[in-house]
Ligand binder design. Structure first.
Ligand code: UDP
Ligand code: MG
Length: 344
């Protein structure tokens, strides 16, 4: 291992076994952090279980990282994982999951759109034998109808074309057993569409419905383009159906072209050949050009994905893992695969 990757190497993780780990990805959420922490403590303390809060700073630029460090030194239940830069929510989640040591792990958003009050209900389902407790949104306050409609259509399309059943209207808010987390960690892909990966794991799943609240403070990190990218990511990660569509479309167009050719031959034989057809020629050429570009783009989407997978870059780079030293004593180093990956 070279010296660069050594510099990246975080301190060995300090862990004790806990009953529950909560993973929260955080990117520029300074305004909601005190609320988040307060509400989590209010919900978790009365449950009388041992727990840890794994707060992942995904390269925030608003000072969230500093606030988190303060929290980690002040509170014995907080473990802060700071990434070296912004890697995106999916990578931040993966980093957080890799640092957990609970029998059960719950993922929730920092903005309190996923109410921590439901944790006891999730734990009850877990104790009843479910490995995954999925939270399905019954309503989504504070989200535009465009976002709701596009999400609705997207889930339906994705389930129709992929072999993995991805529960509709569920987000990353969920509970996973240690077994499910271990299975998830076996998936090495760089293109991480987490909702799909969770579903891929399978295992007994229980679904609980809830009303999604509006953001407690701050602004959503998503825009239309970002969501479109995520949708494309979801589809191309879990299905090659679009490639088949391109083939079918090609077949259809070839069939139409042949019929059109036959029609011209017949027309010429029956009615003679008055030269013309310039507009139809242009129409056919542009139509064909459009379809060809679309298909090449589609193929490119998959080739691009393969390209990034073959690089085998690490999913994230950890700047540091900070935890109140009083919190625990046993050491348990991080999984080796992260370091192999970091040295590439
Ligand atoms: N997030 C992150 N990295 C990013 C973008 C978002 O860790 O690059 C976190 C963010 O702090 C929040 C969660 O992902 O805890 C969900 O983000 P957001 O609320 O903006 O998404 P929405 O709820 O609008 O889908
Ligand atoms: Mg949100």
């Amino acid at each position: 291992m070279n010296s660069v990757s050594k510099a990246w190497r975080p301190e060995p993780r300090l862990t004790d076994h806990v009953d529950l780990s909560i993973v929260v990805p955080i990117y520029n959420e300074r305004t909601v952090l005190p609320m988040l922490y307060g509400r989590l403590r209010r919900v978790l303390d009365p449950l009388e279980i041992s727990y840890e809060l794994v707060l992942v700073d995904d390269g925030s630029s608003d000072g969230s990282g500093d606030d988190l460090l303060e929290l980690a030194t002040a509170s014995s239940v907080v473990k802060v994982v700071r990434l070296s830069r912004n890697f995106g929510k999916e990578a931040a989640l993966t980093a957080g999951l890799d640092q957990t040591c609970g029998d059960a792990v719950i993922i929730l958003d920092a903005d309190l759109q996923d109410p921590p009050e439901l944790i006891s209900q999730m734990l009850a389902a877990f104790h009843d034998g479910s490995d995954i407790v999925c939270m399905r949104r019954r309503s989504r306050a504070g989200e535009t109808w465009i976002k709701r409609l596009s999400a609705h259509l997207f889930y339906r399309l994705l389930n129709r074309i992929s072999r993995v059943e991805i529960p509709e209207d569920t987000g990353d808010f969920r509970l996973m057993s240690r077994r499910a987390v271990n299975a998830l960690q076996l998936l090495p892909e760089r293109n991480r569409y987490m909702k799909g990966l969770f579903a891929w794991v399978g295992l007994p799943t229980h679904v609980i419905e809830y009303d999604r609240e509006a953001r407690a403070a701050g602004t959503s990190k998503w825009n239309v383009l970002g969501l479109f990218g995520l949708a494309l990511e979801g589809i191309t990660s879990f299905s090659v159906a679009p490639l088949r569509w391109a083939t079918s479309l090609g077949l259809l167009v070839a069939l139409l072209g042949t019929s059109f050719g036959l029609w011209i031959v017949i027309k010429t034989l029956v009615f003679g050949n008055p030269v013309g057809g310039y507009p139809s020629l242009i129409a056919v050429i542009t139509f064909m050009g459009g379809i060809q570009l679309l298909s090449i783009g589609l193929v490119g989407e998959y080739v691009g994905k393969t390209y990034f997978e073959t690089k085998k870059r690490p999913l994230y780079v950890i700047r540091d893992v900070v935890r109140n030293p009083a919190a625990s004593s046993r050491t348990n180093p991080l999984p080796e695969r992260k370091f192999h990956a970091a040295s590439n």
